[in-house]
Ligand binder design. Structure first.
Ligand SMILES: [Zn+2]
Length: 141
C-alpha cells in the first residue's frame, strides 16, 4: 500500500491529493514531483484533503478477482463487490473505489450522493490494511 493517500478516522477520514499552487489543478492519486497540467509552468504541489462527498458518475459489479498488485487471499473465494466512479465537483475529478461492504449495484444509481469511509483492504493476525470505500449518504452505519 502507498502511504499518504488518506488520513483520519470516522467522520474525519479524507482522501489526500495535491494541488498545484500555480494553476490550482488537483491530483489524486497525489502528484508530488511536478504539475501535470500541460498549460502550467509548474508550481508547488501542496497536500489537500479531497471532498468527503461526491456523486456517482458510474458503477459496475466486480465479479472477478483483480490481478496483482491487488492484495487478496487466493485461498478464499472471491466475493463480488460494487466499484463506483465518484465525481468530486470542486476538484473536477472522478475517483474510483469499492462500495462499502453490503452495498451492491442494486443500491446504486448515477447521480446518487456518496461519501468516503475507511474500509479494510486486507487483514492478517497482526495488521489491518486500510483503504477507502464509497457509501451512499442515506445509509445507516
Ligand atoms: Zn499547475
Amino acid at each position: 500500500m502507498v502511504a499518504g493517500w488518506f488520513a483520519g478516522d470516522g467522520e474525519a477520514f479524507r482522501l489526500l491529493g495535491t494541488r498545484c499552487s500555480a494553476c490550482a489543478s488537483v491530483f489524486f492519486p497525489r502528484e508530488d514531483v511536478h504539475c501535470r497540467n500541460p498549460g502550467c509552468a509548474g508550481g508547488d504541489l501542496v497536500e489537500v484533503p479531497l471532498a468527503r462527498r461526491g456523486r456517482v458518475w458510474s458503477y459496475t459489479d466486480s465479479r472477478y478477482r483483480p490481478p496483482s498488485p491487488y492484495v487478496s487471499d487466493a485461498e478464499l473465494p472471491w466475493v463480488p463487490c460494487a466499484l463506483i466512479a465518484v465525481e468530486l465537483a470542486a476538484e473536477r475529478m472522478v475517483v474510483l473505489g469499492q462500495a462499502a461492504p453490503g452495498i451492491t449495484v442494486a443500491d446504486l444509481a448515477v447521480g446518487m450522493e456518496v461519501e468516503v469511509v475507511p474500509g479494510v483492504l486486507h487483514e492478517d493476525a497482526e495488521t489491518t490494511w486500510t483503504t477507502w470505500h464509497w457509501r451512499p449518504t442515506g445509509v445507516a452505519r
